[in-house]
Design a protein around this ligand. Structure first.
Ligand SMILES: Cc1cc2nc3c(=O)[nH]c(=O)nc-3n(C[C@H](O)[C@H](O)[C@H](O)COP(=O)(O)OP(=O)(O)OC[C@H]3O[C@@H](n4cnc5c(N)ncnc54)[C@H](O)[C@@H]3O)c2cc1C
Length: 556
């Protein structure tokens, strides 16, 4: 199976955002990578999840603590194959054949394919992306030169994977409660204390760590950012130990551990009073990764459900011939395509905010944070829902580990937790409304985009306009209420905004994407805004074959 060719929607999206030269190069790369993800990388992922999970080798034969992590051989091959294609590297350095960078759009397209096969391994990649970003943007020249060439390696030098350690035992959402200490020691610092959820521990060459310097205030303002190599130059562990690896429900490919710093050498990155601010920028990057992984799981769940429904018979018919099955599959196709389109649509703004922040307006920065929060929350929840639907489509087989479906559900479940839970994202939306009146800019932008859409869609535009008014009304009412009442409602407000955003995206795609995208927009809007008990039009059944894209593959 070639995961790129199975998904014509990815090519449809990328053609909108990549110019001809970059698209032509990316298409070839993604075609090859999609084949790898649908074959060997997928097989290795199943092995890693079941028999080949990373293991902690705590002590060597002399009883010395070496805190090493063992990973299987296939996993190592997946690391090399993935990074060498520039998933991190070409965000920061030029693609040799083209003499230009690949940017985040290419990286996220690669991540989308990878997470359809191995969401657990996409996690270390995303940590490495965050590490590269922080070093590139904020480290001084010496620290940058020491680590960055390794972090962005595409095979020419030893790869250092990255990591981001924030969470401590007393709190993950409440980062301001962090206690890990940084004590000045000559030109560097030494770290002391414990990080309780540390993904890619033992596998990373360098970790980005939040710690508090002596005399720094409490809360998030007192946190500084440090680059901490896992090993010293002589190869010994850098004043730290990996106490244990977590025994996790899913994403077992990534070793997540508890790390204890016992005087680890640490390099200060950037302004010491801005550690939390830097990490929040990187968190936005990781939230986009999270949404990409989510739409990846959604796509894989859809593909598996569809293939099974075409193959399996019950009561003398294929599953795919039953109207209820058609509805499930059609709704999955519609939701997945619209959400994939929505996520990729925010990447151009995201990239500008990340890399050219001094040129961006406050509205742009707030809009970027808003859209990321909305779509991280929505896609993570949908990934779980899709994995559930795929299991149900397989009946009893869906529950059995011979199929990929149980792993999809186990892996999806973490996506609502890490990089901020739904509650924390709801609070982020509320904060953006309070601080920047982001709902005004959002409503304005949605109305402008609708104005540019043809009259043919006036009924649908009217429905969305009603949604925008509903949003404005809700925010106005809540503005007069207490903090508790506002926080109680913040996720509802976020969900309404997501529906509005995705509806506009669905209509924009319908304008450029022809009849099939028009059907998708129609179904998306009906599902989002109408709750009819009886719908005799049954668009999901009527247009089932078109929606399933049967026989359509990129390049065929
Ligand atoms: C597999 C895995 C890998 C991880 N890897 C890393 C890593 O590499 N680096 C890292 O730093 N962290 C990592 N984490 C930690 C992760 O980011 C945290 O678990 C997450 O941020 C939530 O923090 P917490 O677990 O302390 O939960 P808490 O903060 O205790 O939250 C518990 C519940 O309370 C809710 N809650 C909290 N505050 C509020 C509020 N004000 N209003 C309403 N509800 C609230 C939350 O939404 C959540 O539902 C990882 C976690 C997992 C599961």
């Amino acid at each position: 199976m070639n995961l790129f060719r199975e998904d014509p929607n990815l090519a449809f999206i990328l053609k909108q955002y990549l110019d001809g030269e970059l698209y032509a190069w990316a298409e070839q790369e993604l075609n090859e990578f999609g084949e790898r993800c649908g074959t060997d990388i997928d097989r290795r992922a199943a092995h890693t999840d079941r028999e080949g999970q990373p293991r902690l080798i705590k002590y060597d034969k002399f009883g010395d603590d070496i805190s090493e992590v063992w990973v299987n051989e296939g996993y190592r091959q997946t690391i090399a194959e993935t990074y060498n294609r520039g998933i991190v590297g070409y965000v920061h350095k030029e693609i040799p054949e083209l003499g230009r960078k690949g940017g985040y759009m290419y990286s996220y397209a690669q991540g989308y394919l990878l997470s359809q096969a191995e969401p657990g391994f996409y996690c270390p990649v995303t940590l490495t992306m965050a590490t590269a970003y922080l070093l590139d943007q904020y480290a001084d020249e010496g620290v940058k030169q020491k680590f960055l060439p390794h972090v962005v390696s595409t095979g020419e030098t030893e790869l250092f994977e990255g990591a981001t350690f924030l969470t401590e035992r007393q709190g993950g959402s409440d980062v301001g409660a962090n206690e890990v200490k940084a004590l000045l020691n000559g030109e560097r610092y030494k770290l002391y204390g414990e990080k309780y959820f540390a993904s890619n521990a033992g596998m990373c060459g360098v970790a980005m760590v939040l710690a508090r310097r002596k005399g720094a205030p409490g809360g998030t303002k007192g946190l500084s950012l440090f680059a901490v190599p896992w090993r010293k130059e002589d190869g010994s562990v850098n004043g730290l130990q990996l106490r244990r690896l977590k025994d996790k429900l899913g994403v077992r490919a990534v070793p997540s551990g508890e790390v204890v710093f016992e005087g680890a050498d640490a390099y200060l990155v950037g302004d010491p009073t801005k550690g939390f601010y830097y990490m929040m920028e990187a968190l936005n990057l990781s939230r986009v990764c999270n949404a990409i992984a989510s739409i990846g799981i959604m796509q894989r769940a859809f593909l598996e459900a569809k293939k099974y429904a075409y193959k399996r018979n019950a009561f003398g018919k294929r599953l795919a011939d039953f109207p209820m099955v058609k509805e499930t599959l059609a709704d999955m196709a519609v939701k997945q395509e619209v959400e994939a389109s929505a996520i990729f649509s925010i990447i151009p703004l995201f990239e500008r905010v990340m890399l050219k922040k001094e040129q961006m307006s406050t509205d742009d920065v707030a809009m970027n944070r808003l859209l990321i929060a909305l779509l991280k929350m929505e896609t993570a929840e949908q990934a779980i829902h899709f994995a559930h639907e795929a299991i149900e489509m397989h009946g009893g087989n869906g529950y059995i580990e011979d199929f990929v479906t149980p792993r999809l559900l186990r892996d999806a479940q973490v996506l609502t937790v890490w990089e901020g839970t739904a509650n924390i994202l709801g609070l982020e939306v509320l904060r953006l409304i309070h601080k920047y009146n982001v709902h005004h800019a959002f409503a304005k932008r949605m109305r402008e985009e609708m104005k540019a859409l043809p009259e043919q869609w006036r009924n649908q535009k009217a429905v969305i306009e009603q949604g925008i008014r509903q949003l404005e009304g809700a925010v106005a009412i809540l503005a007069r209420e207490s903090n508790d009442i506002q926080t109680f409602h913040c996720k509802r407000v976020a969900r309404l905004m997501t529906k509005i955003y995705e509806s506009v995206i669905a209509l924009k795609d319908a304008v450029i994407g022809g009849e099939r995208k028009q059907i998708i927009a129609d179904i998306y809007l009906r599902n989002a805004w109408e709750g009819k008990e009886v719908d005799l039009e049954m668009l999901q059944v009527r247009y089932f074959d078109v929606l399933m894209n049967e026989g359509v593959q990129v390049g065929t």
